[in-house]
Ligand binder design. Structure first.
Ligand SMILES: NC(=O)c1ccc[n+]([C@@H]2O[C@H](COP(=O)([O-])OP(=O)(O)OC[C@H]3O[C@@H](n4cnc5c(N)ncnc54)[C@H](OP(=O)(O)O)[C@@H]3O)[C@@H](O)[C@H]2O)c1
Length: 279
């Protein structure tokens, strides 16, 4: 595989764009970045670069791939970093003859290293660049999985959609209960503190990204319907006034996780200890 290729990141002025600018520069490649106000334009990027990365919000990625796709050469790569894959991968494929890869790094811009991090690839077109990109990531310790875009988006309806939705709704509940920061902290158990920090973490970042992850995932409303039915089920069992019914309900769920819960206890103890400073 060739070293030192020229990579262009459209949206390279944003947080993930900067992260991948540094990642590819550190790997020995030359990286050009463009944003909406940079001197370097999309045209410069597509003219000069071997690989073009879209690191912009989903709607912009779809719009820009429609504009630049037809101008790309067959031996170039067009790839994106969007958190949802179905629409953007289809759009990239429909608009260019260049090689196409949909990618979703399952980590954010505050991550120190790609080592141990998951990255999902959605095969678009071509083998050369797919192999190149896989080598770039796995040689630095990333865990790359190849996935169909629809399957990816269904999984993300839970992994990101439901997770963030729960954090938002928990935050809204605290707001409605008027539980302010100092009360929350003085009443915190370790588990609550982690949840509280995860709510804060979400609202400390770009809320537009979270809005996109939830509202633009066409599979999320099915997941939410299921979740709401589970809320009713849980209420019926745990608030039934019959201890046995509640315990049976918990046992049933526990059975599903029986192989992984010991490991999860060990893992979560690690971050609880880290939170309070290991002694
Ligand atoms: N943040 C994460 O944790 C994370 C993780 C995985 C994947 N992603 C995905 O990575 C992509 C970029 O996210 P990010 O967090 O880096 O966002 P970001 O920090 O807001 O950066 C967005 C970039 O896109 C450009 N941009 C914004 N709106 C645009 C528009 N309408 N047309 C053209 N360019 C536009 C911005 O350029 P200007 O300089 O002109 O504003 C900026 O360079 C998204 O698709 C997101 O789903 C994000």
């Amino acid at each position: 595989m060739s070293k030192g290729i020229l990579i262009g990141i459209i949206g390279g002025t944003g947080s993930m764009g900067k992260w991948f600018r540094d990642f590819f520069s550190d790997a020995g490649h030359k990286v050009l970045v463009s944003g909406r106000k940079t001197e370097t334009t999309y045209t410069d990027i597509i003219k000069e670069c071997d690989a073009v990365i879209l690191s912009v919000p989903l709607d912009a990625a779809i719009e820009i791939s429609g504009q630049i796709g037809p101008l790309l050469r067959k031996n170039q790569l067009l790839m994106d970093l969007c958190s949802l894959k179905e629409a953007v991968v289809k759009n990239m494929l429909d608009n260019t003859e260049a090689d196409v890869i949909g990618t979703h790094p399952l980590f954010g811009p505050f991550t120190d290293s790609i080592k141990g991090q998951n990255v999902i690839f959605c095969r678009g077109r071509g083998e050369y660049w797919l192999k190149w990109l896989e080598d770039e990531y796995t040689s630095k310790g990333a865990v790359v999985s190849l996935m169909d875009p629809t399957v990816h988006d269904r999984h993300m309806a839970i992994v990101q959609g439901l997770t963030h939705f729960l954090a938002i709704c928990m935050g809204r509940t605290l707001q409605k209960m008027n539980m302010n920061n100092s009360t929350a902290l003085s009443c915190s158990t370790p588990v609550f503190k982690i949840n509280y920090d995860l709510i804060g973490r979400l609202f400390a970042q770009d809320i537009g990204l979270y809005q996109n992850i939830i509202s633009k995932n066409i599979h999320f409303s099915d997941v939410l319907d299921l979740f709401l039915s589970v809320v009713d089920e849980g209420r019926d069992s745990l608030l039934s006034g019959q201890d046995e019914k509640g315990l049976l309900y918990l046992e049933n769920v526990r059975d599903y996780f029986k192989d992984s819960c010991r490991e999860s206890l060990k893992e979560s103890n690690k971050f609880i200890n880290a939170l309070y400073g290991e002694q």
